[in-house]
Design a protein around this ligand. Structure first.
Ligand code: ADP
Ligand code: MG
Length: 239
């Protein structure tokens, strides 16, 4: 019921201050983190028990509302590092279909977008958010009609811009969180102009997370999409 739901959100959020200062090397299990019951169960059901290094290093900031630039090599678990704070952000706000779009994830390719979509649906199985993929190669008309009630969008830059230009169903005004995944690849693929155009359509009061496999000059330049107080977390291969 509504009252106990509110109390459980409050109890989790009360842990945030301590968590934001935690010694990340001591985080050996997701159950040590202040997470909703729905997310903890989704993680367990999906077979995730221990956070990887980038997850342990970034979640104390991303979960507690900071903007973050995270760099760690391919295969280090950056997808969960973005899926968890996304789910928790909408959960804290008691987001539901009538609130519209709450979170946007931009991926460089259809394949990576689909992988993120699958991880989000697996870990988020006990939450009730609606999630859609906008990746091209599918029927634009079909996508168009559903967009008005979607809470989470995972998309490639070109297809998102197409909808931003043509589709009045897509309303980003209440967006809470923007996530740019595999930012180095997005820039390598020449999407810088598209990303800038997308950002100009988004509210400025939002949380922004940017993940990348490498910390190139271009990625550092793109990190201006985050607030000036953004936290930079980088996990190196031999650390
Ligand atoms: P990246 O985006 O950094 O390249 P992914 O998010 O695609 O990495 O994760 C790589 C692999 O690691 C995936 O198969 C994923 O299921 C697995 N993985 C991620 N986090 C964990 C974890 N905490 N425990 C076990 N396996 C994990
Ligand atoms: Mg990835």
């Amino acid at each position: 019921n509504a009252k106990s739901k509110e109390e459980s959100i409050e109890a989790v959020v009360q842990e945030y201050e301590k968590f934001s200062k935690v010694n990340t090397s001591t985080l050996s299990s997701f159950t040590d983190m202040p997470l909703s019951k729905a997310t903890l169960e989704g993680l367990a059901d999906s077979g995730y028990e221990q956070p990887t290094e980038i997850q342990a290093a970034s979640l104390p900031f991303s979960l507690t509302g900071s903007d973050l630039v995270g760099a760690a090599k391919t295969g280090s678990g950056k997808t969960l590092a973005l899926v968890i704070p996304l789910l928790e952000c909408l959960w804290r706000e008691k987001w539901s279909s009538e609130y519209g779009l709450g979170a946007l994830v931009i991926s460089p390719t259809r394949e990576l977008a689909l992988q993120t979509f699958n991880t989000l649906n697996s870990v988020g199985r006990h939450h009730k958010f609606s999630c859609a993929l906008l990746i091209g190669g599918t029927d634009v008309e079909f996508e168009r009609k559903r967009l008005g009630s979607v809470n989470i969008l995972i998309c490639t830059p070109g297809r998102l811009l197409q909808h931003m230009d043509e589709n009045e169903q897509l309303n980003c005004d209440s967006l809470l969180m923007l996530i740019i995944d595999e930012a180095d690849r997005i820039l390598d693929m020449g999407f810088k102009k598209q990303i800038n155009a997308i950002i100009s359509n988004l509210p400025t009061t939002r949380q922004t997370l940017l993940f990348s496999a490498t910390q190139t000059k271009d990625v550092n330049e793109l990190s201006r999409v985050c607030s000036p107080n953004a936290v930079f977390v980088s996990v190196h291969e031999n650390s």
